[in-house]
Design a binder for this molecule. Sequence first.
Ligand SMILES: [Zn+2]
Length: 406
Amino acid sequence: MSTLTRALSLVDADELVSLTRELVRIPSVVRPGEPGTTEADVAAHVEAWMRAQGFDVEIQRVAPDRPNVLGVLGAAGSGPALLLEGHTDVVTEGDPAAWTHPPFAAELVDGKIYGRGAADMKSGLAAAMIAAAAIKRSGAPLAGRLVVGALVDEEGDMLGAKHLCTTPLGRELSAAIICEPEQNELCLEQRGVVWARVTARGRMAHGAMPEAGANPISALATLVADAPRLERRLRALCTRSRYLKPPTVTPTVIAAPIAGVAQSNVIPGAAHATLDVRLTPGPDADAVAKEIDEACRRAADRWPGVSVEWAPVNGFRLATKVEREEPLVRAMVGAVRRATGRAARWGGVPGSTDGTILRMQLGIPIVTCGPGHRLIPHQVDEYVEVGELVDAARIYVAAALTYLKP
Ligand SMILES: [Zn+2]
């Protein structure tokens, strides 16, 4: 029996389902200001599990009670380092009464595990952990290191991924599989995002005498009405992709006044809006910024006395793309066939992920591939199909053993 066949046979579906359910049952919605609501408990569970498997474990303190947990197989300096990446935070469950299956019960019904994080992405993380354990139990030799990373804050500012990129272990990485829910498709492209926080400043005045002031709300109205034009311009700059929706510009926040009490007869001094700008590969940050600058300038020109400025929230996360010739991609194409008996299916990631940070800051190739329907994250009655979950773990085993073959 080949080492790969042996390692695949050691992926235990029951153990994988149990681990996924354990992780879902530990709520890890991050609620700022509420003590005890971070990724700490689920990270501790992941750490204990990895130590019990005999992984080398590194804990990175990203913020108080917010640790990255990394489990490592293989010796440093012996070859490339492949990361299987997941995050431990989940988004809010919203109103629990809206769920048919309680959000943190991890109910298993008709081959599906339900709960917040079932798809995004405790299942993907569990599949990565079980894949590494199967490889370790098989005794397969590795040329290099396999790292399973359970990072914090993907749903927030991606502090965990940003921190990892500054550490020796992060800088050692040669490639990463991002285990996000993509129906086990191989996604080589991800859309980028810029949250443009726009501030309009005018002059406060009485609502009955608008000629005495300069209304920042009117300038934001012009900007929002102009959003389709900005979208068209960005579409012209960006490359068309078979796997990604074209760029979009979506106003998501509008607020006035910025300070003080809202009153019906007061023109506020300042107002703000946020544009959620999604990108496909092509332009660099300067080219995107120039288009947003011009949209702001058009709005300001229309309303004398009002200035319109913007700044990116959390910087630029540009779209990413990896070529099919990359060794990791080739390893994964073979891995899908070996693990599932079918040809690889290709896809694209509609949003940005921790992989965006790894690609931008480390320059390494990333492939996003994990269990769970692409559209199910952040919904009520989020679920993952057990069959897809097991396939994911098997794909990770085959990809890692191919990429790290001595
Ligand atoms: Zn996710």
